[in-house]
Design a binder for this molecule. Structure first.
Ligand SMILES: Nc1nc2c(c(=O)[nH]1)N[C@H]1C(S)=C(S)[C@@H](COP(=O)(O)OP(=O)(O)OC[C@H]3O[C@@H](n4cnc5c(=O)[nH]c(N)nc54)[C@H](O)[C@@H]3O)O[C@H]1N2
Ligand SMILES: Nc1nc2c(c(=O)[nH]1)N[C@H]1C(S)=C(S)[C@@H](COP(=O)(O)OP(=O)(O)OC[C@H]3O[C@@H](n4cnc5c(=O)[nH]c(N)nc54)[C@H](O)[C@@H]3O)O[C@H]1N2
Ligand SMILES: [Mo]
Length: 777
């Protein structure tokens, strides 16, 4: 094998690669030599880095350009675009921003712009956008993430923080040496461990799982999908009915309590409020004991299996993993609260290999152990506007100005939004009930998008500002959750007239007279060396030495040494709860939270509860008998590179695959490779059938990520030809407390699509009107 180690490096959320460059293009991306389990996702960019899906110049929607802001907003996604010069684009944007902030105030600018963007510390699209908007008076923002908003709001009430415990999940070496029973709700989906936000040096999940699998640990995968646990580690598969995990967890707790297996010494010393929870568990408050028989009906897992599992959990060193997906369903606050309570009753929290973990393999970093490098980033400045939304309330924000909403104990009001700016995210990927969002999308007068490819978002903007991809710019891949720091090389020239987001905002800042505050007179290179130097200062204070910047640039990467000892979550709290209290009101784990109880929310009382989701198989409308799981795609990150070869190779007749059990397929006369129509009363989409007995009957699975592609973009609710499951999901918050997204609570029907299959047009650029001469119009 030839040695590639002298080739330039690039980094991404899905891995670090060495690049072979020739003829002005990246020809090949080769796995970084330290990554023993590289992800195939990376090369997905190669065939779309150039070509017709790249946005090669600033563009303005024709009706907007001709008739001004607010013109024919129903034609977003239909109107052709007109190419304009950067000079003209900057003037248009500056004038419009000034008009909006003068006439309507800065709160009418929505810059929440949720999304993953690309790896790279400096060229992080959201940081750039927010810094810029703060320079012109601020914007309405968004709070929390689509990943686990319900937990971000809820877990701080239970443990005092969520992020602190996400970052300190017990490491695989502790699991290997101590755990004997690993119970995972939602599995340990290796497909998801390909990713870590901000850059991945080495993939650890397969190795972590395999060493655990070889250490005689018994795994129990509680999930509707068998593939959520690697076959090689073996164990049991309990094909739970989706969205019923809380009932099962309560029944495990009930068994522990009624059989004298609960660790009351632990509960007394380390938790508060068990006495408020116990009457509910035993059914004294509502007449319903949360017994194994009770849960068996709900989860469709035999009572004897639940009871035996509880006994086994109490007699072994048990790790409970709760997948992040459990938060993205109706009442998504409850599964983590219930699981923490169960772990507390087992009394193993803070012991090696015991307790709970938030979603092993949800990302590469979970279960790793790393020295946290306190990296600096581009300062975003202060936002004088205090309005915000819980991140998944975007449609409500646009449709309900002036209306109140509840969130984590406080009542707020939606401002009136006139201008939306998205950079580094794709709401036509991530948001639920896209048909409803399509209506909301018509409301703002102006929508500006920075993008590099003509995806479903860019096509629905008024002003499109073309940005570079990471292959076209120098940057630093640096995140606290990965020990590798990588110098990302500028491998090729920017495509067409594409500019870095920093340059885009600098141009508009100049036009608006705020360039001094936006750039502080620093070039991209100056900022990167500033970020590096600031990081070095912070690192030094934390006792970590990092190389000089020049040495780093020359060598291309370095690694921070891993700590020698395993990570054991909450071990210091366990060893001395007085000296190391939690940041909760009681300093302990709050099984009952007075704070939450005092919010008075009917959908989220003061201790964990089972509540029926708004739709699920336990109470299915006969018209929608299948539960749809729209989980993360194996072959890409969300909607990124959906148009690339790696993702396209997995499609079935060009559409997103739909996994279905042989029984459900037979009932509907479906065979492998058929085109199927999935539908409910919110929408419909096509997919390609994949029959597989490793999915629970009554459940079907279609990953997210296929670009939204309505058959008739002018008709509300039109069929998505390509397979974006978010035309089917419901847009409702998890509860008044977290207001998180609830994509994983969704029922549908499936039928053979008998019409001539409409061609997929998602990956085609819009119609573009080019000027006769470069600077006209
Ligand atoms: N049904 C359903 N829906 C879901 C989920 C689910 O489980 N089911 N999961 C949810 C979750 S957990 C998440 S995190 C979201 C993800 O949702 P998003 O993060 O919005 O999805 P991405 O496709 O990663 O969007 C990133 C966008 O940034 C663009 N981009 C990349 N680099 C740059 C850059 O340098 N500059 C600029 N300006 N743009 C750039 C990409 O082209 C892409 O369009 O989806 C959520 N939606
Ligand atoms: N390849 C790849 N990896 C990714 C991403 C990606 O887009 N692509 N996205 C990243 C992001 S942003 C995030 S937030 C994480 C998300 O990580 P997760 O939330 O773990 O991701 P999902 O794939 O949605 O869900 C994991 C599994 O949960 C199971 N599940 C769904 N509903 C239920 C239920 O009610 N009960 C039980 N027991 N199981 C259920 C499904 O079978 C599903 O496969 O993944 C990250 N990793
Ligand atoms: Mo996420």
């Amino acid at each position: 094998m030839t040695n590639h180690n002298d080739l330039p490096l690039t980094s991404s959320h899905w891995g670090t690669y060495r690049a072979r460059v020739g003829n002005g293009r990246v020809q090949e991306l080769l796995a970084f030599e330290h990554d023993k389990d590289p992800s195939p996702i990376g090369p997905g960019i190669l065939d779309v880095q150039h070509g017709p899906t790249r946005i090669d110049a600033p563009m303005v929607r024709k009706s907007w350009l001709e008739h001004g802001p607010g013109a024919r907003t129903e034609l977003r996604g239909v109107d052709p675009f007109v190419e304009v010069s950067w000079d003209k684009a900057n003037k248009i944007v500056a004038t419009e921003l000034d008009r909006i902030r003068t006439d309507h105030g800065n709160a009418s600018i929505f810059g929440g712009s949720y999304g993953w963007a690309s790896a790279g510390r400096f060229h992080h699209a959201q940081s750039q956008l927010k810094r810029f908007l703060n320079c012109i008076g601020g914007f309405t923002s968004s709070k929390f993430t689509y990943s686990f908003a319900a937990a971000e709001a809820m877990v701080p009430h239970i443990l005092g923080s969520f992020r602190a415990y996400l970052d300190t999940c017990t490491s695989y070496d502790s699991i290997r040496d101590h755990t004997t029973l690993f119970v995972c709700f939602g599995g340990v989906p290796l497909k998801n461990g390909q990713i870590s936000q901000g850059g991945t040096g080495r993939h650890i999940q397969r190795e972590g799982l395999m060493t655990a699998g070889n250490a005689n640990i018994h795994f129990v995968n509680i999930s509707p999908l068998k593939s959520d646990l690697l076959d090689d580690v073996g164990g049991d598969w309990l094909a739970i009915r989706p969205n019923s995990d809380v009932a099962m967890i309560l029944a495990l707790a009930h068994t522990l309590q009624t059989e004298g297996l609960a660790d009351h010494a632990f509960l007394d010393r380390y938790t508060t409020g068990f006495e408020h929870f116990l009457p509910y568990l035993l059914g004294e408050t509502d007449g319903v004991p949360k017994s194994a028989e009770w849960a068996a009906e709900i989860c469709e897992i035999p009572a004897v299996t639940i009871r035996n599992l509880a006994r086994r959990m109490a007699s072994e060193r048990t790790m409970i993993s709760v997948s992040w997906s459990l938060t993205r369903q109706d009442h998504g606050e409850q599964p983590f609260w219930a699981a923490i309570t169960l772990a507390a009753m087992l009394g193993q929290i803070g012991l090696p290999g015991g307790g709970f973990g938030f979603g092993y393999s949800a990302m590469n970093f979970i279960g790793g152990k790393f020295t946290i490098l306190p990296g600096a980033s581009l300062p975003q400045g202060e936002n004088p506007v205090k309005n915000f939304i819980p991140v998944a309330r975007i449609t409500d924000l646009l449709m309900r100005p002036g209306e109140p909403f509840d969130f984590d104990g406080v009542r707020y009001e939606y401002p009136d939004i006139e201008l939306v700016w998205w950079a580094g995210g794709n709401p036509f990927h991530h948001h639920q009930d896209l048909n409803l969002m399509m209506q909301a999308w018509q409301k703002p007068q102006t929508i500006i998008v920075n993008e590099w490819c003509w995806n479903s978002l860019a096509k629905r903007a008024d002003i499109v500002l073309p940005c570079t991809t990471p292959l076209e710019r120098q940057d630093i891949a640096l995140t606290a959750r990965d020990p590798y720091v990588v110098s990302m090389s500028r491998l090729t020239e920017p495509y067409g007239q594409a500019r870095d987001d920093y340059e885009i905002f600098s141009g508009i800042a100049r036009e608006m007279g705020v360039d001094a505050s936006f750039t502080e007179d620093r070039s991209s290179e100056d900022w990167q060396s500033w970020i590096y130097e600031q990081t070095a200062i912070r690192a030094k204070a934390a006792g970590i030495e990092i190389p000089e910047y020049d040495t780093f640039l020359k060598n291309g990467w370095f690694k921070i040494d891993d700590p020698a000892d395993p990570v054991v979550m909450l071990s210091s709290f366990r060893s001395d709860p007085q000296a190391n209290p939690l940041a909760t009101p009681s300093g302990k784990i709050e099984i009952f939270s007075q704070t939450v109880a005092d919010f008075g929310y009917d959908d989220c009382p003061g201790h964990p509860v089972w509540r029926e989701p708004y739709e699920w198989l336990g109470n299915a409308d006969p018209r929608w008998p299948l539960h749809l799981i729209s989980n993360q795609p194996k072959d890409k990150l969300h909607s990124q590179f959906d148009h690339g070869g790696v993702s396209k190779a997995k499609k079935i007749t060009g559409r997103e695959p739909v996994l279905i059990h042989p029984y459900d397929a037979a009932d509907r006369g479906l065979k492998d490779g058929d085109i199927v129509r999935l539908f409910n009363d919110r929408g419909a989409c096509l997919g390609g059938i994949l029959i597989d007995p490793s999915i629970r009957p009554g459940v079907i699975q279609m990953s997210t990520g296929s670009w939204y592609d309505p058959q008739d973009p002018t008709t509300p609710g039109s069929l998505c030809k390509h397979g974006n499951p978010n035309v089917l999901t419901r847009d409702k918050g998890t509860s008044k407390l977290g207001q998180g997204p609830t994509a994983h609570s969704c029922l549908v029907e499936a039928e053979l699509f008998t019409e001539a299959p409409p061609p997929v047009t998602a990956h085609e650029p819009p119609k573009i009107l080019r000027p006769e001469t470069p600077n006209d119009p």
